[in-house]
Design a protein around this ligand. Structure first.
Ligand SMILES: NC(=O)C1=CN([C@@H]2O[C@H](COP(=O)(O)OP(=O)(O)OC[C@H]3O[C@@H](n4cnc5c(N)ncnc54)[C@H](OP(=O)(O)O)[C@@H]3O)[C@@H](O)[C@H]2O)C=CC1
Ligand SMILES: N=C(CCC(=O)O)C(=O)O
Length: 447
């Protein structure tokens, strides 16, 4: 079996050189799904995984715009339309200087199976740009979004490809993107999700990713007789996802004690509420993303310069920032400190070494494609509301979101339960996400 996996990865690597993030995501998936495929005639010998690992379409385009000084800037835009077997492409847009083809292909690949797990009719895609919103004025953000959408609008639509937010793309950016789309295409549709409530957005969508992460974490803890109440939680970043996680952890009686930025992490023994993260988001909006500034308003906290929050003794660790932010050394520190549960809120925040350590030590470990699916699930619910031209209450959306997360958890248990009772959620999520996509691809022929 290892030979089969290595042969497959050698072929994918030969077709996608110098794309480490994409190859990492494919390897993590192949190591669990190739054994599953090999045992089932229905899937074996059909090159389904080879087809899935090849985007249906990769669109790369120029994004020229003018900054406040009148200088012409050129960025690169992307939209990876990975797989539409079970629905229109669906996935976020990321604006960050670290964005490149490899990063967006890994995100689009993960999105295929994440969206499948939600059971909603959504294929997988992802897009973005190497544009860095940090420190840009509102006018510069708007002009960039308008130029980006001037090209992207040729390739998306409510029944074709429905983008949303991700790193660097929040409500403001979605508004500017939507306005330009509507102006050029002269149609008002649910072509984007994460829209404002005034023009077709859904209640709970801003909080949904973080809420869903905590719902999934609570479900995992219940399998070992625990719950969130009284637990101490370390999180990273302080963006939209971290904010939603902090809100729900505090609501369910847990205590968040860390956030982090590019300069280091904050430890706050008194606990970090959603409101405290709100304050940090306001500061970040001014272009200052230093976590240390937390001390200006909350001086009893401690700032650890250049360190990561994974050195803190906690019950639960929830990486909320970005890919590969939690490595093998971080994982070992968490394990040595007795961590009960690690839930990926970010996309692929753990390295393969870290994942192996968590699984080998029987730590409850939830991969992002399962645990952070609440964001895209709420996007799917926004699309439903747009289709029926009705708005649900926040209670109705939250209830549907929680039901979806419990359903994902149950699917992971079905395919990931091991003889000793431990649940390998990586295996469970990958196989559960694969089955629906593979069945649809088989039915639709070699396309
Ligand atoms: N938004 C959504 O609906 C969903 C998002 N996700 C994932 O969650 C994670 C966070 O997204 P979101 O909260 O929306 O994004 P935000 O832009 O709101 O916040 C991102 C946070 O991560 C930090 N960060 C980003 N890139 C890096 C980096 N390269 N190194 C260190 N820190 C970094 C940011 O700090 P800085 O100021 O330095 O950039 C910020 O604190 C991402 O992995 C995203 O893909 C998953 C599911 C849904
Ligand atoms: N950025 C997102 C949300 C995508 C969406 O809501 O379409 C993700 O699932 O990674």
């Amino acid at each position: 079996m290892e030979q089969k996996i290595n042969e497959f990865m050698a072929l994918v690597e030969s077709k996608n050189p110098n794309e480490p993030e994409f190859l990492q995501a494919v390897r993590e998936f192949a190591e669990t799904v190739i054994p599953f495929i090999s045992e089932r005639k229905k899937y074996d010998g059909k090159n389904i995984l080879l087809r899935i690992a090849e985007p249906e379409r990769s669109i790369i385009f120029r994004v020229p715009w003018v900054d406040d000084k009148g200088e012409i800037i050129v960025n690169r835009g992307f939209r990876i339309q990975m797989n539409s077997a079970i629905g229109p492409y669906k996935g976020g847009i990321r604006f960050h200087h670290t964005v490149n083809l490899s990063v967006l292909k890994f995100l689009a690949f993960e999105q295929v199976f994440k969206n499948s797990l939600t059971t909603l009719p959504m294929g997988g895609g992802k897009g973005g740009s190497d544009f860095d919103p940090e420190g840009k004025s509102d006018g510069e953000i708007m002009r960039f979004c308008q130029s980006f959408m001037t090209e992207l609008c040729r390739h998306i639509g409510p029944d074709l490809d429905v983008p949303a937010g991700d790193i660097g793309v929040g409500a403001r950016e979605i508004g500017y993107l939507f306005g330009q789309y509507k102006r050029i295409r002269n149609e008002f549709t649910g072509v984007l999700t994460g829209k404002g409530l005034a023009y077709g957005g859904s209640l709970i969508r801003p909080e949904a990713t973080g809420y869903g992460v905590v719902y999934f974490t609570d479900q995992m803890l219940r399998t070992i007789g625990h719950d969130i109440k009284g637990k101490v939680v370390a999180i990273s970043g302080f963006g939209n996802v971290a904010w939603g996680v902090a809100l729900k952890v505090n609501e369910l009686g847990g205590k968040v004690v860390t956030i982090s930025g590019p300069d280091g992490y904050i430890y706050d023994e008194e606990g970090i509420s959603g409101e405290k993260i709100d304050h940090m988001l306001e500061m970040r909006a001014t272009g200052d993303n230093r976590a240390e500034r937390y001390l200006e308003k909350y001086p009893n906290a401690i700032f650890h310069k250049g360190k990561s929050p994974w050195e803190v003794k906690v019950d639960i660790a929830i990486p909320c920032a970005t890919q590969n932010e939690l490595n093998g050394d971080d994982a070992q520190k968490l394990i040595d400190n007795g961590v009960l549960c690690v839930t990926e809120a970010a996309n692929m925040p753990s390295t393969l070494d870290a994942i192996k350590l968590f699984l080998d030590n029987k730590v409850l470990f939830a991969p992002g494609k399962a645990a952070n699916a609440g964001g895209v699930a709420a996007s799917g619910l926004e699309m439903t509301q747009n289709s029926i031209r009705l708005n649900w209450t926040s209670e109705e959306v939250d209830l549907r979101l929680k039901e979806i997360m419990i359903g994902i958890h149950n699917q992971c248990k079905k395919y990931g339960a091991e003889e000793d009772g431990y649940v390998n959620y990586v295996k469970g999520a990958n196989i559960a996400g694969f089955v629906k996509v593979a069945d649809a691809m088989l039915a639709q022929g070699v396309v």
